[in-house]
Design a protein around this ligand. Structure first.
Ligand code: CDP
Length: 240
């Protein structure tokens, strides 16, 4: 399978450093304290935030700060072969790395003994769901008014068909050489998530990291626009 042709065009017509289309809407669920819906290429993601509220059971409370509980879940119908419902090793790993990313940006010390629940539901999956899920959850947290040191966004870069590329599609993720998901805090510039699957030389890694950070910045603009739209509709008194 030729993932990228001699002219540097990818299977879906993108250039090596081009992202898939991303669309974000904030405040889509009324019962949640904060929510967001995001489409990223063929990925469709819903994020809902509840809290801060008293942590239950009590032994899970931390007297000095809030506990952040992220739950990443793929709907059974989100992939071609029906996914067995419930947590598996992969979703537990993704929930853990996303929780750790948010623990680094949420001002948890302001809410001792509380918990903040971040639910990420993948309705349709087409590679890059951890980045799409984290990006949607960040908008949902901001929509909930949870204080953070900054808004975070994620984007992956990697290597397929011998080329360093931005935002891997499904075939590139399955048959490519490497995947490098990255999340950054746009206020502090800190990297809050970085994972790597596959092999990259130092030079390729540097290039992929640069692409991923550029992707994060592009997504950050869309997050801000979604939140601005949400606040504008709030101030107007209308429904989002
Ligand atoms: O989604 P992400 O790239 O963050 O994580 P991954 O573990 O690299 O998974 C890549 C892709 O494989 C997912 O986005 C899904 O499209 C697909 N996948 C699947 O088809 N069935 C699963 N049980 C898990 C993942």
């Amino acid at each position: 399978m030729e993932l990228i042709n001699k002219k540097g065009v990818r299977m879906d017509g993108r250039k090596p450093d081009q992202m898939r289309d991303v669309r974000i809407e904030a405040g889509v669920l009324h019962r949640a304290d904060g929510s967001a819906y995001l489409e990223w290429g063929g990925n469709k993601v819903l994020a809902a935030v509840y809290g801060p509220r008293e942590a239950i059971p009590r032994h899970s409370q931390d007297a000095t700060k809030a506990v952040v509980k992220c739950r990443y879940n793929m709907a059974a119908f989100s992939v071609d072969d029906r996914k067995r419902p419930g947590p598996d090793r992969r979703s537990q790993e993704i929930s853990k790395v996303i929780s750790e990313a948010f623990e680094n940006v949420i001002l948890t010390e302001e809410f001792p003994r509380a918990q903040i629940d971040v639910n990420i539901e993948i309705l349709e999956a087409e590679a890059g769901t951890r980045c799409a899920g984290l990006t949607a959850a960040a908008v949902a947290l901001a929509d909930a008014g949870i204080p953070m040191t900054g808004l975070i966004s994620a984007c992956a870069a990697g290597k397929a068909g011998g080329h360093v590329i931005l935002d891997l599609g499904k075939a590139e993720d399955n048959y490519g050489e490497a995947d490098l998901p990255v999340a950054i805090n746009h206020q502090t510039g800190e990297v809050v998530l970085l994972q790597m699957d596959g092999d990259l030389s130092q030079k390729e890694f540097d290039q992929a990291l640069e692409y991923a950070i550029r992707g994060c910045k592009e997504v950050h603009e869309l997050q801000k626009a979604a939140l601005m739209k949400r606040y504008a509709s709030h101030n107007g008194g209308g429904e989002a």
